[in-house]
Design a protein around this ligand. Sequence first.
Ligand code: HEC
Ligand code: HEC
Length: 262
Amino acid sequence: MRRTMILFAGIAVLALLLVPATSGAGSGVLAQTGGQTVREQQGREIYLQSCAACHGLDPNGPAVDSTVPSLKDVGGAAAVDWAVRTGRMPWRSTKGPVIQRGKSHFTEAEIRALDAYVGHAVGDSLIPQVDAAKGGLTRGQQLYAQACAACHGMNGAGSALGGANIAPTMLGVSPLDVAEAIKVGPGQMPPGGGLANYSPTGSDSVQRVNDIAAYVEALNKDRFNRGGAPIGGKGPVPEGFVAWVIGLGLLVLAARWLGTRQ
Ligand code: HEC
Ligand code: HEC
């Protein structure tokens, strides 16, 4: 078993060394002939080391405690990718909620291996597509206002949802975070993020996710603008809208402050 692993690791290293020398077509063949299995094996090792203590030896089986979800039910590879990339997992306790975003504990390659392993095990390997550059800001703003603003705030400041639950801020959130959160519906967020007739691979849904990602990107850029610059730099924004966003933001902040003061 160990020798096989070492052999596989050796092949993987050789493959990596060969990639720059071979054409794109060549690396495609390598990926087909063995990359997948090696990656899943690596993912399994990481899973056993960093996740199994809470989520159980088999991602498909029960977790070790009723306060820990089985990874069978949380949204497949996309959920793992989101939770690990945003530093939420591995957690330090068997109790949630896990709301703090932080630095990831793993390299990108390790995360892809974990995604592949858990995704395959639970039968949902889909990491949703997203390209904010293909999104329309105006449509994104409308969709966000309808589906997301009630929880995350029109300006993306986030809000307290009652109990220990928090709809987190959109500041620092990437387009992939948006797409994955919409697919997964983590915690109190509904799967599909409240978008009507959402399906992760439907072209209409993918377009709406791109639109929303474009709006969230604009919010992030706008954070660095000082004094009346148009949101996202894409044409004039009605002043009333800006006032409304700022007013609403202050209200949300006030609500949070009142809600957490004890
Ligand atoms: C010390 C215990 C512990 C460890 C280790 C741990 N988790 Fe978790 N995990 C939890 C708990 C508790 C929750 C429920 C969090 C909540 O309710 O907010 C959770 C939730 C999750 C979720 C669902 C997130 C959501 O909000 O939908 C995913 C996905 C996940 N864990 C993946 C992982 C992966 C992958 C690893 C290993 C890299 C890991 N966890 C390691 C305790 C742990
Ligand atoms: C009912 C309230 C609710 C609605 C509606 C909602 N969300 Fe969420 N959202 C949440 C909560 C709660 C979390 C945190 C879950 C957790 O930590 O387990 C979250 C998490 C997220 C995250 C992850 C942020 C991070 O720090 O990684 C993103 C991105 C996100 N939501 C975007 C959206 C978008 C876009 C929409 C609309 C299409 C939406 N949400 C609709 C409640 C909501």
